[in-house]
Design a protein around this ligand. Structure first.
Ligand SMILES: C[S@@+](CC[C@H](N)C(=O)[O-])C[C@H]1O[C@@H](n2cnc3c(N)ncnc32)[C@H](O)[C@@H]1O
Ligand code: SF4
Length: 421
């Protein structure tokens, strides 16, 4: 979540959906995102909507589930009134902040409450993010019993010096322990890594990748560090206390990740996301792999999701809205019986099409071109080695490794209004 919400139109206080605008959504899968806006400390690079202190009833660990379930009551009514109720969620993702700042019982209460109101499909993928220092063997097995199927650990790096620059609280030795506990509990495991931290060498990154692979997770996300405006790290860079990340260094690190993860049995399915390939899956594209996150895919396929919690974004049919950012404002709205939406927008066809292109291009299944799509720039993209030639001939744009490094250039070429511009 970015620190400032976009401008949008005033959203109805009762949060109702316009049935005419909710077109065809009854046939698409529904996903649920629950934002938990609490962290023990704020990492210097992070600008997510998260806070290190509680803000009273309904806005702090211990009473937060009640607020989320208040929004779930509103969502249940809203979807039913729009004629699209009764669609159990196919994926649930609890993110943050640090969801495991709530104890396992409170996370379980949220899940049970959503199941009882909106419904969660039997075979749903149910993930929680977790910081390694905030889980125990007991809490992970409680989460599995409550219905979580997957945990995503914020590993970030295996190098103490890099973890220190990132202000992370855990030590590298913690990771094998928490992964073993998650496995014992029967959970699928994903780990998040960050590359390009100031002071991180290529060898450091190599070591982090090796350690991540040694954990034998089902899924690895590798994000290039973004220096977000307004963060402590942005200030350190501005004052010359830390060097600016270097684009060539980032590209070399992404290539190294692709080589090491590819060699260890992982395949990319979105630029930053790699899933473990199971026996019998060798011919599948990344997006079809069993361990590709179905929740991530729902975002990238432009399906529907309801985002619960402060600052959370929702997208149903052509409507998109976002909640007030502060936990206290959020809890206040819910407990007054109002929608927590701050504002929203109705997407027109052109905007939707543009978003479809931007999202699909980043995935391994690629962008399927329509019969009327402008294909004039594609020969140049193939000649530059950015797009796979075979799929392109069949009307599908799939990025090469070089294309993944220059994805913004590819999307600009595909979305420009005037060919040759
Ligand atoms: C917001 S965090 C939530 C999970 C958990 N609190 C954690 O930090 O491990 C989700 C992931 O976003 C990534 N992330 C956050 N800020 C980032 C930044 N400025 N640049 C790149 N990745 C970032 C990190 O890899 C992190 O694991
Ligand atoms: S623990 Fe995660 S969400 Fe919290 S401040 Fe750090 S990166 Fe951001």
């Amino acid at each position: 979540m970015s620190p400032s919400l976009p401008d949008g139109v005033a959203w109805p206080r009762d949060g109702h959906l316009d049935p005419e605008l909710s077109e065809s959504i009854a046939h698409r899968p529904l996903s649920l995102y629950i934002h938990v806006p609490f962290c023990r400390v704020r990492c210097g690079y992070c600008d997510f909507n998260t806070y290190t202190t509680g803000f009273g009833e309904g806005a702090e660990p211990g009473s937060y589930a009640r607020s989320v379930l208040g929004e779930a009551d509103l969502a249940t009514r809203t979807l039913a009134d729009a004629g699209v109720g009764g669609r159990p969620a196919s994926t649930v993702f609890v993110g943050g902040g640090t969801p495991t700042m709530l104890d396992a019982a409170e996370l379980g209460e949220i899940l049970a409450g959503l199941r009882g109101r909106i419904g969660i499909a039997e075979d749903a993928e149910v993930t929680t993010e977790a910081n390694p220092e905030t889980v125990t063997a007991g809490s992970l097995s409680e989460l599995a019993e409550a219905g979580f199927t997957r945990v995503s650990f914020g590993m970030q790096s295996a190098v103490p010096r890099v973890l220190a620059t990132l202000d992370r609280l855990h030590r590298p030795e913690r990771m094998p322990k928490v992964v073993a506990w998650a496995r014992e509990a029967g959970l699928d495991v994903s780990v998040d890594l960050i590359y390009g931290t100031p002071g991180e060498s290529l060898d450091d990154w190599h070591h982090s990748l090796d350690e991540a692979v040694a954990l034998a997770p089902d899924h690895i996300s590798a994000y290039a560090l973004v220096i977000e405006e307004g963060t402590k790290m942005a200030m350190q860079v501005r004052h010359g206390q830390l060097p600016l990340p270097d684009l060539d260094d980032e590209a070399a690190k992404y290539e190294l990740a692709d080589t090491i993860l590819g060699g260890a049995g992982f395949r990319w399915y979105e630029i930053s996301n790699f899933a473990r390939v199971e026996a019998g899956e060798t011919r599948r594209v990344g997006t079809e792999l069993r361990h590709a996150s179905r929740h991530n895919l729902a975002y990238w396929r432009d399906w529907d999701w309801w985002g619960f919690g402060p600052g959370a974004h929702s997208h149903v049919g052509r409507q998109r809205w976002w909640n007030v950012k502060h936990p206290r404002a959020y809890a206040g709205r819910i407990h007054a019986g109002d929608s927590p939406a701050a504002s929203g927008e109705i997407l027109d066809e052109d905007t939707r099409e543009l978003e479809r292109v931007l999202l699909a291009v980043r995935t391994a299944e690629g962008l399927v071109l329509g019969p009327l799509d402008d294909r004039s720039g594609i020969a140049g993209l193939i000649a530059d080695g950015l797009v796979e030639p075979g799929p392109a001939l069949r009307g599908r744009i799939v990025l090469t490794l070089r294309g993944r490094l220059l994805a913004d250039h590819v999307t600009r070429t595909l979305t420009r209004d005037t060919p040759g511009e």
